[in-house]
Write a protein that binds this ligand. Structure first.
Ligand SMILES: O=C(O)CCC(=O)C(=O)O
Length: 294
């Protein structure tokens, strides 16, 4: 699905757009199955280590993580994209339906930026501190979590839920329409966040979305995750793409080409090589990995 000219105009005006039903169940199910296998493995390891008693095997994907998390916070260790490096996730980073939408905003020469995360956000009642106020994410622009050299890169954040992401489940909140002001100063305290005195007087808007939707944001759109007050886990991925040739903002982490009309052979489909690049990055750190405000 390509974005319509109206959707593209909306994105440029507000710095945010939800592309409804851009992905199908067939696009997402392999990723969900792979995560489920990871959770199975992790749960068995934690049981063997005596850290959990109940494997919660009868719980569906939406609730199993929370049920395990309530017993041991270690269920999430190693779950992020670059840590468990799943083949289904690697293939999803090239997903045609996803890239069709991205192409509408950055053109056909596309880099997969290395800032990419898989996030389980369990219900706050499973934390010792279940106070909603302490689970409000820091309000930031993604331009604040990259190197300043990448401020001019047209990095599009693509946040996508693997299930429901309602307001009750702590969907993202954004400040729409502040994108034209560019970079706002960030501070490291309490998680990289915009200096309160620099915040534009715009009310945050909850971006409720559902499986199949893509929430697209500019690098200048202030946003934050909210507390999950529901009984279900809010599962999401946040991926970033930008045109080939532009600075990634993280020279210490590997980026790769996912789409190129000019040089189709440059598209990286080699899963083993992707894994090798991440492992090498961790074993032989080089380059820069920082938040601009650090
Ligand atoms: O998913 C979240 O709670 C936060 C995600 C976020 O801030 C981001 O994608 O930049």
């Amino acid at each position: 699905m390509k974005l319509t000219p109206e959707q593209i105009a909306e994105f440029h005006t507000y710095g945010v757009l939800i592309a409804k039903n851009a992905l199908t169940d067939e696009d997402l199910q392999p990723v969900i199955d792979e995560i489920s296998e990871f959770i199975d493995r992790r749960a068995l390891e934690l049981k063997a280590e005596g850290k959990i008693a109940d494997l919660c095997e009868d719980e569906p994907f939406e609730t199993r993580y929370g049920c395990l998390f309530a017993q041991s916070k270690e269920i999430g260790s190693g779950l992020d994209i670059m840590d468990y490096r799943g083949k289904a996730v690697f293939e999803f980073l090239h997903n045609k339906n996803l890239l069709d939408v991205i192409e509408s905003l950055v053109g056909p020469e596309i880099i997969c930026n290395p800032i990419q995360h898989l996030r389980p956000t369990p219900p706050i009642r499973y934390y010792e501190d279940g106070n909603p106020a302490s689970h409000i994410g820091p309000l930031h622009q993604d331009a604040g979590v990259i190197m300043p050299e990448a401020e001019g890169s047209n990095i599009i954040t693509c946040w996508l839920p693997l299930g429901d992401a309602t307001a009750e489940m702590g969907c993202l909140e954004v400040l729409p329409g502040v994108v034209k002001g560019g970079y706002l100063r960030h501070r490291p305290q309490g998680g990289t966040s915009i200096f309160p005195e620099d915040l534009p007087a715009v009310d945050p808007v909850p971006m409720e979305c559902y499986r199949g939707d893509l929430l697209l944001m500019s690098r200048f759109t202030p946003h934050r995750g909210m507390p999950n007050r529901s009984d279900r886990c809010r599962w999401s991925m946040d991926l970033r793409y930008h045109p080939i040739g532009q600075h990634t903002g993280r020279t210490g982490h590997p980026d790769f080409v996912v789409c190129s009309q000019r040089d189709p052979d440059s598209v990286m489909h080699d899963y083993a090589e992707w894994c090798r690049l991440w492992i090498d990055t961790f074993e032989n750190p080089r380059g820069v990995v920082m938040h601009r405000a650090d």
